[in-house]
Design a protein around this ligand. Structure first.
Ligand code: FAD
Length: 389
């Protein structure tokens, strides 16, 4: 296997590196709560928008850069290597692609341009208290009333719901149909009367997700994407996104490198971390090897996608499962090394408090986007041909 770039890929990588070098915010403080938001990030996204790099996978006719899977891989790796904020999320990853494939021309004109400016955020109203892994069990009801639907019910774990302008909502429009067939896909204005967003504070003490309540919320029928009762199938829409998880593999390697540097440089009472913590050297070596494995998995997936032209199936689940569980192991090793310093956050804390935050936040990584158990089920049945339990 040849891991080297082709001449074209190498030129593309150089173009992105030069752009980052010239335009990206310098020393973006990757603080405990992730990237610093605010005007620095907004200015950076404006520059990306001018290059059509907010949604680089989208087709050119819809304002994307039409990047190939391998170009996206290079783009994602270079932004991750430079530790600069990366655009993404529900708007570019889910709402936009669904509109591109299933939306009317009017809907595309209305919603896509503002997504590409990189300033408007969307949220995803899928999960409910009784419907997560078994999403098709969702109960939020939408009942037709003239030109509108009236929505009642509750969503939960709605990331960014407190900042979003729009929500993509899955609601049940035909309770008598088999559960996958009575669901419709709506766009909902988050300022609609009757819609309430209540914060949920996560284990890392940050406000990331929310509960969203619908009490007689009127949603115009014109806000349905695709056909009524066909929402389940739309929810599976993705464009040709690379699914290698390279950003998180790069992040894992960088965190391990930071910990190795800390172990080399840090001394307490005249002793290095390695001297006074038994087994930490071995742990660091294990994490270093595992971060390398995660990177190789990303290469494997992107080569399946790019060379064979097929979307990875269980391989993407392997990378998600391994990468998120590795993230937890790295942060556990880090917390052991940092001892009491591991409780500090802020610019003066070791590694700007990233390990502290990562230790608390990485639990969620193995739940969001499909839990580890669900990934194992997918790998067992679709990858290994084992029978369903
Ligand atoms: C940080 C974060 C952000 C999120 N953001 C959003 C968002 O923006 N929008 C949104 O709609 N949702 C969001 N979610 C919700 C997420 O999609 C669900 O939490 C996830 O799908 C699991 O559903 P659940 O929490 O209802 O758990 P459940 O499905 O009830 O699962 C509970 C436990 O049972 C296990 N389990 C369930 N079914 C099986 C099975 N068949 N075999 C083996 N084990 C099983 C699970 O693995 C888990 O351990 C977010 C979650 C997190 C953690």
């Amino acid at each position: 296997m040849n891991f080297n770039d082709t001449p074209e890929e190498s030129a593309f990588r150089a173009e992105i590196r030069a752009f980052i070098e010239a335009e990206a915010p310098k020393n973006t403080p990757r603080n405990a709560e992730g990237f610093a938001g605010g005007s620095t990030t907004r200015d950076w996204f404006k520059k990306l928008a001018a290059r059509r790099w907010i949604a680089p996978a989208w087709p050119v006719e819809y304002g994307g850069a039409g990047m190939s899977v391998m170009q996206q891989f290079i783009y994602n790796s270079e932004l991750a290597e430079a530790r600069v904020p990366r655009p993404g999320g529900i708007a570019t990853g889910f709402a936009g692609p669904t509109l591109i494939v299933h939306g009317t021309e009017e809907q595309k004109q209305k919603y896509l341009p503002e997504i590409l400016e990189g300033e408007v955020s969307w949220c995803q109203g899928y999960s409910e208290p009784g419907a997560g892994s078994d999403l098709a069990a969702l109960q939020t009801r939408a009942i037709r009333d003239g030109d509108d639907f009236v929505v009642n019910g509750q969503k939960i774990w709605t990331s960014g719901g407190h900042r979003a302008k729009w929500m993509i909502l899955l609601a049940r429009t035909d309770p008598d149909a088999p559960k996958h067939r009575g669901i419709t896909y709506f766009i909902v204005d988050m300022k609609s009367p009757g819609l309430t967003v209540r914060p949920l504070i996560n284990a890392a003490y940050t406000h990331e997700f929310n509960e969203v309540f619908f009490e007689d919320v009127r949603v115009p029928a014109a806000n349905i994407i695709g056909e009524e009762n066909r929402g389940w199938y739309l929810a599976q829409t993705t464009l040709s996104f690379e699914r290698s998880n390279i950003g998180s593999a790069v992040g894992a390697r960088q965190n391990v490198e930071d910990l190795i540097k800390f172990a080399r440089d840090h001394r307490a009472d005249g002793q290095s971390t390695i001297d006074h913590l038994s087994g930490v050297k071995t742990e660091l070596v294990d994490r270093y090897v595992e971060a390398g494995v995660a990177t190789l998995m990303s290469y494997k997936i992107v080569s399946i996608q790019a060379k064979e032209g097929i979307a990875p199936g269980h391989e993407a689940s392997v990378a998600k499962l391994y990468g998120t569980e590795l993230n937890q192991r790295i942060n556990r090793t880090g917390m052991r090394m940092l001892g009491l310093y591991g409780q500090l956050s802020g610019e003066n804390a070791p590694m700007h408090g990233r390990i502290r935050y990562g230790y608390l936040r990485s639990t969620a990584n193995t739940i969001e986007g499909g839990t580890s158990e669900i990934q194992r089920n997918i790998i067992a049945t679709r990858g290994l041909g084992l029978p369903r339990a």
